[in-house]
Ligand binder design. Structure first.
Ligand code: HEC
Length: 104
C-alpha cells in the first residue's frame, strides 16, 4: 500500500469524535468548516486572532454543551456570529467535542 494512503487511513482513524451520529462525510465537512471559517477569525491553528484561542487547553474548563450553545447562537455584542443558520445542533455538538479533543 502506498505510504501516503496509509497515512490518510491513519489520519481518518484518529479523527476524534468522528463516531458520532453524523451522516457519512459530514465530519470531514465540519473539520474543513472549523479550519477555514472558524479559522478566519480564530486563526488557522485556532490559537486566536480576532477571535479567542479555542485550542483544547484554552477550553479545558468548558463543557461540550456550553461550547455547542456558543457555536449555535454566537456571542451577542461580539464578532462571534451564530452558526445556527448553517449547521445543525448535532453539527455544533460534533464541533464542540472536536475542539475539546483535537490534539494539534
Ligand atoms: C467573524 C469572526 C468569527 C468567526 C467566523 C468565528 N468566531 Fe468564534 N469568536 C469570535 C470572537 C470575536 C470571539 C470572542 C468573543 C468575546 O469577546 O467573548 C469568539 C468566541 C468563540 C468561542 C468562545 C471562546 C471562549 O473561550 O469563551 C468559541 C467556542 C468560538 N468562538 C467558536 C467558534 C467556532 C467553532 C467557529 C466556527 C464555526 C467560530 N467561532 C467562528 C469571532 C468569530
Amino acid at each position: 500500500m502506498p505510504e501516503r494512503l496509509v497515512a490518510l487511513l491513519l489520519a481518518a482513524a484518529t479523527v476524534p469524535a468522528a463516531a458520532s451520529g453524523l451522516p457519512p462525510g459530514r465530519a470531514a465537512e465540519l473539520e474543513t468548516l472549523v479550519r477555514q471559517d472558524c479559522g478566519a477569525c480564530h486563526g488557522i491553528t485556532l490559537a486566536g486572532g480576532l477571535g479567542s484561542d479555542i485550542r483544547p487547553a484554552a477550553l479545558a474548563a468548558r463543557t461540550p454543551e456550553g461550547l455547542a450553545a456558543v457555536i449555535l447562537d454566537g456571542i451577542p455584542g461580539t464578532a462571534m456570529p451564530p452558526w445556527r443558520p448553517l449547521i445543525s445542533p448535532e453539527d455544533a455538538d460534533w464541533i464542540a467535542r472536536y475542539l475539546l479533543e483535537d490534539e494539534e
